[in-house]
Design a protein around this ligand. Structure first.
Ligand code: MG
Length: 301
């Protein structure tokens, strides 16, 4: 299959990128980060996570972030991450345009991350998707640990395809496969996306890779070759997962953009502006972030 001519980046730095940081970033700085990324041309962006503040303290100001942001600019979609009905109700009371619901591929991760069995989460997915859509929001469902689990190890592709089929039948607008701990290699991506595509028909697909083992960019390329054109990325490569020990950040947005731009694939996003934002974020967090483009610069300069 030829690579897509245009790819949509879903920027997750303000959510997945920050949620594992020990330093609590102020509401104003989160809003500044989001505004910089939108100004760079990002059109889909996870702005907050409506999780229990005791579980992810960095996201405790989700409502405040959305209040300061206000409704999204024309052509831009703000997304709230939601793990349960309570989170959905919180998200629906803010100006988010879409929600990203989560179902884990394993019981171990579901209980650790969401405090509920997979069957419990799945039993409420249809109702949550319908409630979001009735409020005018698009609903993505991310299958977390879709490539491997920190508690249960290998995850069978058939388990992921079966979950995807049920999520598609529940009416989700989009299904994302999450490599939450960064274990996937390209053939895993090819195999799983083919099975999931067969299982869900024309429901939109999206991928979410962490770069824990340096395979993130290769996995993005494999996903593009499998026909997926919506890719999560985090500015600077910031991030991790509070419930996935030693997971590192998402694929860095600027590194993905560099690969796409040099491959002739349109994104509508300004690589230099994102790179500058990544450096700004690194100063804010007082640490070096993993992005190779931040370190080496764009070629040609
Ligand atoms: Mg993640």
């Amino acid at each position: 299959m030829p690579l897509p001519r245009r790819v949509t980046i879903v920027e997750v730095g303000a959510r997945d990128g920050l949620q594992n940081e020990d330093v609590i970033v102020s509401t104003d700085d989160k809003v500044e980060l989001i505004r910089r990324l939108v100004a760079a041309g990002i059109t889909r962006i996870e702005t907050a996570s409506f999780v229990h503040p005791g579980r992810v303290p960095q996201m405790a100001d989700a409502e405040a972030v959305m209040e300061v942001l206000g409704p999204s600019p024309e052509g831009v979609s703000y997304t709230g991450l939601v793990l349960n009905r309570r989170g959905l109700d919180r998200a629906l009371a803010t100006p988010v345009n879409e929600v990203n619901l989560v179902v884990a591929a394993t019981e171990g991760f579901s209980v650790a991350n969401q405090g509920a069995a997979v069957s419990t989460v799945m039993a409420s997915i249809g109702e949550m998707v319908a409630a979001a859509q009735a409020a005018g929001l698009a609903a993505t469902v991310t299958i977390s640990v879709a490539f491997g689990c920190p508690y249960e190890g290998e995850v069978e592709p058939g388990v992921v395809a079966d979950l995807a089929a049920r999520i598609g039948a529940a009416g989700a607008d989009e299904i994302a496969l999450g490599d939450t701990i960064g274990v996937a290699v390209p053939p895993d991506v090819t195999t799983r996306l083919a099975l999931v595509r067969d299982a869900v028909g024309d429901t939109g697909l999206r991928v979410h890779f962490h770069d824990t083992r340096n395979t993130g960019i290769a996995n993005v390329h494999a996903a593009l070759a499998a026909g997926v054109s919506v890719v999560d990325a985090s500015v600077g490569g910031a991030g991790g997962c509070p419930f996935a020990p030693n997971a590192t950040g998402n694929v860095p947005t600027e590194d993905v953009l560099y690969m796409l731009e040099r491959s002739g694939i349109e994104t509508g996003v300004d690589l230099d502006a994102v790179t500058e934002t990544g450096r700004w974020l690194a100063r804010l967090l007082e640490k070096e972030l993993p992005s190779a483009i931040a370190r080496a610069g764009v070629f040609p300069g």
